[in-house]
Design a protein around this ligand. Sequence first.
Ligand code: 5GP
Length: 130
Amino acid sequence: MATIFTRIIQGEIPCYKIAEDNDYFAFLDINPLAKGHTLVIPKKESDYLLRMEDAELSGLIIFAKKIGNAIEKVVSCKRIGLTVIGLEVPHTHIHLIPINAISDMEFSRPKLKLSDAELAEICELIKAAL
Ligand code: 5GP
């Protein structure tokens, strides 16, 4: 069965899409730790980054670099934190999170409650910065 992220790529489940190319896809996390929190995924299903083929993994990181740089242009932060967890969704993804302190990467913190309008606005800003 397709993962929830494959269903997002295929447009079955809506998302705030930032960018895609032939192999990779970026979209806003629905329960963000910070405004601009983005997930970067390979289109080809793989459930664990450490098991990816080298070429696919390199491509994912390079794609994430482009997206992270765009986020950094439009969200006020010290840098973009990258992390891989994958305990909830078994489809490889890198979290890109605008941070000012180490605690901003703490996933046990309550998530932000952003309105659709706020998510749409930040999505458009990041896309424009690409
Ligand atoms: P992890 O697997 O890295 O522990 O967490 C999965 C992440 O995916 C979480 O931050 C969660 O908010 C996000 N997520 C789960 N389901 C969806 C969804 O349907 N849409 C979006 N945009 N994000 C999701």
